[in-house]
Design a protein around this ligand. Structure first.
Ligand code: N01
Length: 534
């Protein structure tokens, strides 16, 4: 039965953001519904079931910290959790906090329209629901709208086609198949070694070579797990003080890579490479993402590893990246570069031989046709704004969000948008989000939004809305912060540069602790920069 109720809150998405938002909303005694396009909870972990899918933040950190009993009772088994284990965790949380009765699955929100006279939102879905709510909270995720490149002839392919971000639930058996993978970002880097083990032949179509460091995943050390659990809340609090809200077991470096000699520099990179410290490889020195020279020393270290691992000089050459390391998100792998030593794996460098077309039987580059049974698109996402903009969101005076963001997303704190009262975006553009441990950013945003709704109710305000001047200033600050770093120097999805036609704007805010402090201050100052009314 389609819903037609009047509610306090509509939450869009049942990933980790939507789940915790629902929990907090219910704790406040507000009525709420979650609409979710998938058939169950989990968000990005519900959709990304490709072989080898795994988190690149350690499991003891990539989990909720809001409930002491939850964090004590849940036992992660691996250092970096696999997608199935993370989905089991999401399932456990949904049961434990009784969330599912307030969720509507297989239901995609199609529009949200602000009604000025009634000061409420009307939300419609593809299942025929039409509900009104005082607040709409977008928990739509940063990496949930698949990026499917437009390639000539793609529809003519007679074999099977998959996208890593929309993987079939029943899994895919590549045994005996000739498989082509397009894309070598995190999803490609994780899936390629696993597909190579199964497929008869694997052809990897690479446009930009990836920098990737070994995850050295394995079973979690029980002593380490117990040690963290003994003081879990302190551990979480210390992580929140780290620039990307994770990794406090290793102190943040206070040295420039240029301050030490070549031997010491290499030893530091080698230590992180051997220990499988993942994204913290970039944190070896405090200026790897700031100084081109320091960055080059880290990049050259990884290049030397590729030369060591891959004996064929031509294959090693093709695999070697030359852009700034960390500018596109660093990948974590299990045997990625080694995979190209296998006799059943071929690497096609699209910079030398671009794709001309997809044919009924394979992929044709300028060098000839590769006959394939399956094509896997590991081509990423329309990140941060894609999921928001495919909903027809209309604020004051019927202004579409698509129009308000025509020149790129504009928000105040990544939480609110001028002209769109009572609409909140969890980990929206302009917040640290994808540059951090997402779980920490999600909890920080959900808590802020819950406290804000509570404040409005207690103070008798009906609406809250970002002011234009505060939003303009915030957009400038986000740009200025990015400008200090090397992030804007490559065509990354952080900039929207991976989606043809998308406006090039650096979307996340660099630096979690400073950001979180600012949000707290804004709330303490009576939601400074927002207009409260009604
Ligand atoms: O997507 P990507 P992803 N022709 O955009 C290529 C998170 N994540 O799904 O670089 C040929 O990084 C594109 O080439 P180029 C993580 O935050 C996390 O891999 O644009 N190639 C690139 O190689 C990650 O950063 C985890 O030149 C085309 C690839 O496709 C984010 O998701 C695991 C093309 C896309 O790489 C996105 O990762 C997985 C075309 N037309 C993902 N279009 C973990 O937690 C695109 N490409 C570990």
């Amino acid at each position: 039965m389609p819903e037609s109720r009047a509610l306090d809150v509509v939450i869009v998405g049942a990933g980790f953001a939507g789940m915790y938002m629902l929990h907090r909303t219910r704790e406040l005694g507000l009525s709420a519904i979650v609409f979710e396009a998938g058939s169950d909870v989990g968000g990005t972990w519900y959709w990304n079931r490709y072989p080898g899918a795994r988190c690149d933040i350690e499991s003891m950190e990539y989990s909720y910290g809001f409930d002491e009993d939850l964090q004590q009772e849940w036992e992660w088994t691996e250092r970096y959790a696999s997608q199935p284990e993370i989905l089991r965790y999401a399932d456990h949380v949904a049961d434990r906090f009784g969330l599912r009765p307030h969720m509507r699955f297989d239901t995609r929100v199609t529009s949200a329209t602000f009604d000025e006279a009634a000061t409420c939102w009307t939300v419609r879905t593809d299942a025929g629901d039409e509900v009104s709510a005082q607040f709409v909270i977008m928990a739509t995720g940063c990496l949930s709208s698949a990026n499917m490149p437009v390639i000539d002839g793609a529809e003519s392919f007679a074999g099977e086609t998959y996208h890593t971000g929309q993987w079939p639930h029943e899994g895919v058996d590549f045994t005996g198949k000739r498989v082509g993978v397009i894309g070598t970002g995190s999803s490609g880097v994780q899936s390629i070694p696993v597909i190579a083990e199964q497929a008869a032949e694997l052809v990897v179509f690479q446009r930009t070579p990836a920098y990737t460091v070994p995850a050295r995943n394995g079973p979690l050390d029980p002593d380490e797990r117990a040690k963290i659990k003994a003081e879990y809340s302190t551990f979480r609090a210390t992580n929140r003080q780290m620039p990307a809200a994770f990794g406090s077991r290793l102190p943040a470096s206070d040295r420039s890579a240029l301050e030490v000699d070549a031997e010491e520099r290499r030893a530091e990179y080698e230590y992180r490479w051997q220990k499988g410290l993942g994204l913290a490889f970039i944190g070896a020195f405090n200026d790897v993402l700031i100084s081109p020279e320091s960055n080059e020393s880290a990049a050259e270290f990884v290049r030397s590893k590729i030369r060591d691992i891959v004996p064929d000089p031509e294959v090693a050459r093709k695999l070697t990246p030359h852009q700034v390391i960390g500018c596109k998100r660093l990948c974590l792998d299990t045997g990625y570069y080694e995979t190209f030593n296998r006799p059943n794996v071929e690497l096609v460098d699209l910079r030398d031989t671009p794709i001309e077309a997809i044919t009924p039987t394979g992929i044709r580059t300028t060098e000839g046709e590769h006959e394939l049974d399956c094509i896997v698109y590991a081509t990423g996402f329309d990140a941060m704004t894609g999921a928001l903009l495919r909903i027809d969101i209309r604020g004051r005076d019927g202004l579409p969000l698509q129009e308000a963001w025509a020149a790129g997303p504009r928000t105040y704190l990544g939480l609110g948008v001028a002209g769109f009262p009572n609409l909140f975006t969890i980990t929206g553009p302009g917040s640290p989000s994808v540059l951090t441990n997402m779980m920490v950013s999600i909890e920080q945003h959900v808590n802020w939004i819950a406290d804000c709704m509570d404040h409005l109710r207690r103070q008798g305000h009906r609406t809250i809305e970002a002011s234009e001047p505060a939003q303009d200033l915030w957009v400038e600050i986000v740009n200025a912060m990015a400008g200090i770093t090397l992030f804007p120097t490559c065509n990354s999805w952080y900039l929207g540069a991976n989606v043809p036609g998308k406006t090039r704007v650096f979307m996340p805010f660099v630096g979690f602790p400073m950001y979180a402090e600012k949000c707290t201050q804004v709330a303490q100052d009576g939601y400074e920069g927002f207009v409260l009314s009604g």
